[in-house]
Design a protein around this ligand. Structure first.
Ligand code: FAQ
Length: 315
């Protein structure tokens, strides 16, 4: 019986039909989606922190308004993604608990500090750029609610990428000090952005199955390569050097070769030992604790309202 259901499920995926919340699905598919979508939602919310750090110090009103809008967009992405995740039968409080107690991951990239204004540009260009590369294919993910959430997220992310690039382009035409600030930010954000795509395919335990289920449409290494190819050309426009001595065009492959990734650094950051991991989780826990009175007030209001409605019905 289970076998037949599984075959019908896979056939549906192979026909490029979407799986919806009430459809039968293997437990492992459900768990994989909860893991990936919740990690993604947490990343959006934690990702607000390094950028939020610069709202009060943005160099002009125009930059401040754009940055505030971007950070708000990330909150919105987190909310769509938590909602998509809840359709798989897990509630939001449990998801938050998993973030706070460290059982759920979020993207390694948000454990690095934002030291100068150029870092805000570098996040837009490189981090949003990497996010788009990874997320556009997720618009075709086999799970309907996730795929639909990603359509809007991607539209907004591409705008974020452009605002980041424009910040850097402005710096690239500025004083020597501004040009140095730009180069320094790219030096620090390049490799963590390249790592964002996850472990290389040979060390990625989930990729093969997720490709078969059409949750993922490309492997981590395929997406990483596309990212490097695109960024190399964009770096020329910014007149900035990517901090990789080994990056060069490979005629045979039709791609840029690039240097070795420091996987030890990646896993250290994923395991909680990056420069800002503790600070990020502490900030999220504090926000949760500080919001307790709002949750209590909202609950008291909704209990009162249902009581009133019940009394009305009885009368
Ligand atoms: N950081 O076998 P795989 C954004 C973990 S949103 C931490 O390859 P999978 C927007 C992985 O969970 C950025 N952990 O796993 C924004 C797994 O651990 P587990 C987030 C990582 O799932 C911009 C283990 O390693 N985007 O930036 C990372 O098939 C600016 C083995 O890995 C998404 O989440 C990492 N980088 O592929 C916001 C996109 N990479 O669970 C603010 C959706 C891997 O076994 C400002 N997610 N791990 O303990 C995905 O596409 C996939 O989940 C991957 C990982 C590609 C991230």
């Amino acid at each position: 019986m289970e076998n037949n259901l599984e075959q019908a499920f896979q056939a549906k995926i192979d026909r490029e039909e979407k799986i919806e919340p009430k459809d039968w699905m293997p437990e492992a598919y459900r768990k994989t989606l909860i893991r990936q979508i919740s990690q993604h939602a947490h990343s959006e919310i934690v990702g607000m922190l390094p950028e939020g750090n610069w709202i009060t110090r943005a160099p002009s009103l125009r930059r401040k308004v754009a940055l505030m809008a971007k950070v708000q967009d990330e909150a919105g992405h987190g909310l769509y993604l938590y909602s998509a995740c809840e359709t798989l039968g897990i509630n939001r409080d449990t998801l938050y608990e998993q973030l706070h107690d460290g059982t759920a991951k979020y993207s390694s990239i948000f454990n690095y500090p934002t030291l100068t204004w150029a870092d805000i540009g570098a996040i837009g260009w490189l981090v949003d750029g990497a996010a788009i590369m990874n997320q556009v294919p997720l618009c075709r993910c086999s799970y309907g609610p996730y795929a639909r959430a990603m359509v809007r997220v991607c539209k907004e992310e591409s705008f974020h990428q452009r605002q980041g690039f424009e910040i850097l382009l402005t710096l690239s035409k500025g004083s020597d000090e501004q040009k140095n600030m730009l180069q320094d930010a790219v030096n620090r954000w390049w490799w963590p952005s390249v790592m964002m795509f996850g472990p290389s395919d040979k060390d990625s335990p989930h990729t093969a199955r997720s490709m078969n289920w059409k949750i993922k449409r490309f492997t981590n290494d395929e997406l990483r390569q596309k990212f490097v190819d695109v960024c190399y050309e964009q770096a020329k426009v910014l007149n900035v050097k990517l901090p990789d001595e080994d990056i060069k065009w490979n005629e045979e492959r039709g791609h840029y070769d690039f240097g070795a990734i420091d996987w030890d650094e990646f896993w250290q950051v994923v395991k909680g030992n990056g420069p800002c991991n503790k600070q990020r989780v502490a900030a999220r826990k504090k926000a949760w604790d500080d919001g307790a009175w709002v949750r209590e007030a909202a609950l008291a209001h909704s209990n009162k309202r249902s009581e009133r409605l019940k009394n009305k019905k009885v009368a």
